[in-house]
Design a binder for this molecule. Structure first.
Ligand code: ZN
Length: 320
């Protein structure tokens, strides 16, 4: 029983429109679903990814209008990395600079060159020139497909200590330890397909403790193939004394949640049913989708969510 890599990363934005403009307009991801937070239907839940929002490419945001900035620090996902083809970093430096985003100097980490920058909420992002990134870039976006983001390269967990998080990754979740560079410990999903397989644990006991808010990551989800595997995971994690949520129906996947030993919220999510379960592939992200239990409240929901212009054209929500 191994996880096959990262399924999605969920973060917080204070401004849905700026978020859409950045991730679609600057980074060239596809908005694959516009829905609301099922636990708080007055706020959007935005999903970005490749052309279909395949697991390993999905970055999602809870849009909490006006939310104060969070503090990036342990225990948290401190950086989220995207994979691009080997020779694409010069293109990205120029593109980001043109769009008013100033990347830091290119650095090499474990033999791979990368650029670091932040999104409009201050979320820390990286673009990594990966050896042979597989995956399916969104070809109809503003970024030429030969340079486009393929999906996640991985994440960096910031932790006060690392040993028990490392044990969970290697002894329970099937990751392989790939060594360390000072206080950065690298792990790779054992059965991963390359994309979205890297988890770095940054041991940062002196860093100011993180706090949830705009620009911070809420949780990271790992992939499991199907519902029976997920139930097996749940049973195993409970046996290992983790408190694990019941299976939650997130409509596009099924989820269980638990806190890893350092305190970061982990999720294990199923690959199916995926984002084409309620709209055809060519129409993904073009309208506000609601799960059946919220559809009766559509008129009220559309009155309270802020209006947003979508990349495909059209406006959702009404001016107040
Ligand atoms: Zn999630």
């Amino acid at each position: 029983m191994n996880v096959t890599g990262i399924h999605h990363v969920t973060a917080i934005t204070a401004d849905a429109q700026k978020n859409i403009d950045f991730y679609c307009g600057v980074l060239g991801l596809r908005l694959v679903k516009l829905t609301v937070n099922f636990d708080d239907p007055s706020s959007y839940h935005l999903y970005y990814g490749d052309e279909l929002g395949r697991p390993g490419t999905i970055l999602t945001f809870f849009a909490w209008p006006g939310a104060p900035r969070g503090i990036i620090g342990p225990p948290q996902v401190a950086a989220t990395s995207f994979a691009v083809p080997q020779n694409a970093l010069d293109f990205w430096r120029e593109r980001l600079t043109q769009k008013g985003v100033t990347p830091g100097p290119a650095v090499t980490r474990f033999g791979e060159a990368l650029l670091s920058f932040t999104d409009p909420d201050g979320m820390r992002l990286e673009i990594v020139a990966a050896d042979k990134p597989d995956g399916h870039a969104w070809a109809a976006g503003p970024v030429p497909v030969e340079h486009a983001i393929r999906g996640f390269h991985g994440i960096t967990l910031s932790e006060e200590g690392y040993e028990n998080t490392a044990s969970l990754l290697t002894e329970v979740m099937g990751f392989k330890a790939e060594g360390n560079d000072n206080n950065r410990f690298r792990f790779r999903a054992g059965a991963g397909e390359g994309l979205a397989s890297v988890v770095d644990v940054l041991c940062a006991p002196d860093a100011p403790r993180g706090g949830l808010g705009a620009g911070t990551v809420h949780h990271v989800a790992y992939r499991t193939s199907d519902d029976p595997q997920q139930l097996a995971w749940r049973k195993e994690l409970v046996r290992l004394k983790f408190n694990v949520s019941p299976v939650m129906d997130r409509f596009y996947f099924h989820s269980i949640y638990f806190r890893e030993p350092g305190g970061v919220l982990f999720e294990i999510a199923t690959d199916n049913p995926g984002f084409t379960t309620d709209e055809p592939a060519e129409e993904l992200g073009t309208t506000l989708k609601l799960p059946p239990q919220l559809e009766p409240y559509r008129a009220q929901i559309e009155r309270v969510v802020p209006p947003v212009r979508l990349p495909a054209g059209g406006v959702v929500g009404r001016a107040h």
